[in-house]
Design a protein around this ligand. Structure first.
Ligand SMILES: Cc1cc2nc3c(=O)[nH]c(=O)nc-3n(C[C@H](O)[C@H](O)[C@H](O)COP(=O)(O)OP(=O)(O)OC[C@H]3O[C@@H](n4cnc5c(N)ncnc54)[C@H](O)[C@@H]3O)c2cc1C
Ligand code: FES
Length: 246
């Protein structure tokens, strides 16, 4: 990874659901699925760049799927084709797809779906059941189906699929590996379900980040080895190694 921010041009930036955007940035990229980039599209304010997962890498460039939460993502949502932004990455470890094989469950909640498109594309010689949970509106699932053997959808409102939480649909004992990304309480339930039946669960963590390159220690989490940096040793951890308690 270059330690310098690179400038690149937005190829497209599309609203795909309420508050959810898919942005394609021009250029040639290669990365480990599950890694992310630090992005900025501003000069001084806001001070910090924002970590956004790699959603997909194609011939057209790199895709990011993001939810507008505050100032930074609001600025991203206003970008148009031809606008410039700066990227640093790829950052973090990503998923170890040499190890993850067999019967695999991918369990996501909301915008936790973002890294899993590129991840599922690279899971080979395996059966992949994709469990996706949303509050109400369902997004991105259609093209995810390309890489999933089964798709199981839940919405809290009951508008699509099972009414309730995505974990209510999951039987962890059916799987060799489970990969999860989404709200921490959801990943905590998935991790505990896996631990009960001895199925390894990989979680992709979120944390507030300042430098994104392991220097500021602003993003640490508690693991069996002590404090580790989500931006450097993570964002992907083996569930049993990491604490998801506050
Ligand atoms: C490794 C990693 C990968 C990520 N990938 C994606 C992605 O692919 N798509 C996506 O939409 N988001 C992703 N995020 C989350 C994204 O970085 C934050 O939503 C974003 O930084 C918010 O910036 P903002 O300026 O819009 O909001 P801010 O104004 O900074 O914050 C708005 C609200 O969101 C909360 N918040 C901000 N950042 C985080 C965070 N990292 N974790 C939890 N709460 C936060 C704040 O506490 C505040 O309540 C990722 C985070 C990490 C650490
Ligand atoms: S964000 Fe600085 S060490 Fe992780």
């Amino acid at each position: 990874m270059s330690s310098k921010y690179l400038k690149a041009k937005v190829a497209s930036n599309e609203k795909i659901a309420e508050g959810i955007y898919r942005m394609v940035v021009e250029g040639d990229y290669s990365a480990n699925p599950g890694q992310f980039y630090m992005l900025r599209a501003w000069g001084v304010e806001p001070f910090l760049s924002r970590p956004i997962s790699i959603h997909g890498i194609t011939d057209a460039g790199i895709e990011f799927l993001y939810e507008v939460r505050g100032t930074g993502t609001e600025i991203f949502s206003k970008l148009k084709a031809g606008d410039e932004l700066e990227l640093l990455g790829p950052v973090g470890n990503g998923f170890d797809l040499e190890t993850i094989k067999g019967k695999v469950a991918v369990v996501v909640g909301g915008i936790g779906i973002a890294p899993m498109y590129e991840v599922m594309k690279h899971i080979k010689d395996s059966t992949v059941d994709f469990y996706a949970g949303f509050r109400d509106e369902v997004y991105s699932v259609d093209y995810m189906k390309e890489y999933a053997d089964n798709v199981i959808i839940s919405t809290e409102s009951g508008s699509v699929g099972h009414k309730g939480y995505v974990v209510e649909q999951l039987d962890a004992s059916k799987y060799d590996y489970i990969l999860s990304c989404g709200p921490t309480p959801m990943m905590k339930v998935v991790k505990e379900m896996g631990e009960k039946v001895g199925t390894p669960v990989y979680v992709s963590l979120e944390s507030h980040m300042a430098c994104g390159v392991g220097a500021c220690l602003g993003c640490t989490c508690n693991t069996k080895k002590g404090k580790e940096r989500v931006c450097k040793e993570g964002p992907v951890f083996l569930g049993e190694d990491v604490s998801l308690d506050d």
